[in-house]
Design a protein around this ligand. Sequence first.
Ligand SMILES: Nc1ncnc2c1ncn2[C@@H]1O[C@H](COP(=O)(O)OP(=O)(O)OP(=O)(O)O)[C@@H](O)[C@H]1O
Length: 270
Amino acid sequence: MNSPETGSASSPGGGSVEGEPVLRLSGVGKSFNGVTVLDDVSLEVPRGRFVALTGPSGAGKSTLLRLANGMHLPDRGTVSTLGEDPAACSRSRLRALRARVGFVFQQFGLVGRLSAMENVLMGALATLRLPRYGVMSYPRALRVRAVEQLDRVGLADQRFQRCDTLSGGQQQRVAVARTLLQSPELILADEPVASLDPAASVLVLDTLKRISTEDGISVLCSLHQVELALTTADQIVALRDGHLILNEPATTLTPARLHEIYTPTGEADA
Ligand SMILES: Nc1ncnc2c1ncn2[C@@H]1O[C@H](COP(=O)(O)OP(=O)(O)OP(=O)(O)O)[C@@H](O)[C@H]1O
């Protein structure tokens, strides 16, 4: 495995140590119903880096992302996320850890009948004591921040529009803005552009990449689109059948080499 250089920003969250990777998997194994899904996976995501996670369907990408925020726990090996081991966290500590980790899903996870603004504000619900109903029930400072984040993803003008009337690409950018309201140190994105057309895919990934660079947020993003992974990511990781088979800077890779990962074993030289 490569050992890419680490960044040097300090951690506002307290758990992680300056210069340490924001995510480290060491010899991780995970099985479901006796079937091994991840086997001896070791990986580091350096602070501030955009890492693309590629590999064929069923390779274990979503499972790895879920291990990173404690939605799954490893059967073997260890996970360190922002300096915390999710397996050793109490419930409240895990909640606190998850507040520092944004998650962007393929299907956006928005409430369609609510406005873009209200969906973004929901990103702060974990920090508020009482449930909120309607935009005006949120503190003014949060409303200002929500508009700022919508502006960063190019959707300030659509803030009062119902989410189910926005395009897929716009909805995913609302989901990114919602995640940003958490002020995450790490964003995990599970095939965020899988249901978008090519132009919207580029816009969503460019937005994520720009914000990652501007804010120093690390991103681990599963992607099937080889060309997009190469143009967006700093580092590319690939899984096949639960094994980590590639971990290199994007600049050292070619599309052909990455496409090979998607070629069933035995067909590569056919
Ligand atoms: N909760 C679960 N219970 C049982 N099996 C599971 C569970 N989660 C994942 N799996 C299995 O683990 C394997 C890897 O799934 P995973 O979703 O991690 O792959 P993936 O690389 O993300 O695939 P895709 O690109 O299709 O999303 C699959 O065979 C899947 O059926």
